[in-house]
Design a protein around this ligand. Structure first.
Ligand code: PMP
Length: 460
């Protein structure tokens, strides 16, 4: 990445390195209890954390959470953070939102799970059908698992195996999408993945219908899957007609289209599929709809629901040849998940609250652009509903390659530790600051003023 060119030489790399060193030392000095705890925890957990990637998200030392309320959480050293990462959107309702606490507590007391539907389950699926525009829904525990089931159904329905994905995508920790292009080959991007499964995926640039058509023409693709706007390589919005064009191409060449709205459902009321009336076969929702409760869902057309009904996998099926679709899990669709989803949809994910976070997102983006101008930078601030971020160029990216020019890891990592020392927890590297349903205008102002202070130290 040629950071020098697109930053116009305005970022003083020596000043950035010095700031980072200073801030990392300050952060380490503020978090001794966390450090000792994590070191001791290594005896019972690799890297001292319950999920290894928690330790790989930042370059500065990790911390141990002590609890949270609203837009803030604290670590075990007693430091407070106003959270603009919100667990990469799994906590967009903030910490301890009363409607979710009340509904989930009641559900736990009343029986967390029965491996049966509960009366409220329908309220969730019917409301999602109304908002998103797809009639039928299934629960899983994670968006990764939802996308896995979508791929299986698409493979069964089309009799094909290949999956079309877009450069810059992330659809979860699943073999088909943890891949990258190397020469003519699609290969795994991490260790422990199947090189054979990686070959089932074809990667083309986002916003490039001609490339998508070229891939679809061989009639081998079962599923086209994309976020309606790429949110895991900062932000890439679809060009007008791109998603609609993908839908038409998928239909023309006999593939199915899934819109992965694990993130974007929280950007617009009904997700982008619902709010923009995007035609597709599946929609994936994830991250507990931002409640922090572990569940996800996927929606499907009536035709696909009919296939699921016809090909029900039955445990009392006698004949191995009559086995049905490989979906489901014992902890999926629990009463807790239903309670959280119902309370979220009825009391938090309301049109008024979406309008409020959209407006705060606009304030954040405008605030950042004012700061950029003040420092003589021709950068832009992303703004898609509550999502903002730093575009280090005068034009917004149209694909992942262009977006990568704004992914200046040194700067992002230095900024997040600078902010952490000043009570703000910034987004992970691939995202951008996210306004949550718990944030106030004061929180946004705090973020913008810290961005200003950070740039004042490194821009020359
Ligand atoms: N799809 C998208 C678009 C995502 O951003 C993510 C998580 N970042 C996932 C799927 C996977 O979600 P989970 O980790 O909850 O399975």
């Amino acid at each position: 990445m040629d950071t020098g060119t697109h930053l116009n030489g305005r970022v003083d790399r020596a000043a950035l390195a010095a700031l980072r060193k200073r801030e990392e030392a300050a952060f380490a000095a503020r978090t001794p209890k966390s450090r000792a705890w994590l070191e001791a925890a290594r005896a019972s957990m690799p890297n001292g954390v319950p999920v290894a990637w928690m330790a790989g998200l930042y370059r500065h030392n990790s911390i141990v959470a002590g609890g949270g309320a609203g837009a803030f959480f604290r670590d075990i050293d007693g430091n407070r953070y106003c959270d603009f990462n919100v667990c990469d959107l799994a906590m967009t309702m903030g910490y301890g939102p009363p409607p979710i606490v009340e509904a989930v507590s009641r559900a736990v007391a009343n029986g967390a799970h029965f491996l049966l539907a509960v009366e409220d389950t329908r309220a969730v699926t019917e409301e999602l059908a109304r908002r998103v525009g797809l009639p039928a829904w299934q629960f899983t525990l994670s968006a990764s698992a939802a996308n896995t089931e979508v791929m299986r159904i698409a493979r069964f329905m089309t009799g094909r195996t290949k999956i079309l994905i877009f450069d810059g995508q992330y659809h979860g920790h699943i073999e088909e999408s943890l891949v990258t292009q190397r020469g003519n080959e699609t290969v795994p991007i991490q260790l422990g993945l199947s090189a054979r499964t990686a070959k089932e995926s074809i990667i083309v640039p986002f916003n490039d219908l001609a490339a998508a058509e070229a891939a679809l023409k061989a009639h081998e693709i079962a599923l086209v899957i994309t976020e309606p706007a790429l949110t895991n390589c900062l932000l890439v919005e679809p060009k007008p007609g791109f998603i609609e064009g993908l839908g038409a191409l998928a239909r023309q060449y006999g593939a199915l289209l899934c819109l992965d709205e694990a993130h974007t459902f929280q950007f617009e009321y009904g997700g982008m599929a619902g709010s923009r009336k995007l035609d597709c076969d599946f929609v994936t929702l994830g991250k507990g709809l931002g409640t922090g409760v572990s569940f996800a869902l996927y929606g499907m057309t009536r035709a696909i629901a009919d296939v699921m009904e016809k090909h029900l996998d039955s445990d009392i099926g006698l004949d191995i040849g009559s086995k049905g679709l490989a979906t489901g899990g014992t902890t999926y669709g629990s009463a807790i998940a239903v309670a959280a989803a119902k309370a979220a949809l009825e009391q938090v994910l309301t049109p008024e609250n979406y309008a409020r976070v959209d407006s705060l997102g606009k304030t954040l983006a405008e605030g950042l652009e004012t700061v950029f101008r003040k420092h003589g930078l021709d950068w832009r601030a992303f703004h898609l509903g509550p999502r903002s971020g730093y575009c280090l160029k005068p034009d917004f990216p149209t694909n992942a390659e262009e977006a990568s020019e704004s992914m200046d890891i040194e700067m992002i990592d230095a900024r997040r530790v600078f902010m952490a020392n000043r009570e703000v927890w910034d987004a992970v590297v691939s995202a951008g600051p996210q306004v949550s349903f718990a944030h106030s205008a004061e929180d946004i102002a705090r973020y913008v003023s810290l961005a200003d202070a950070f740039l004042a130290e490194i821009v020359r």
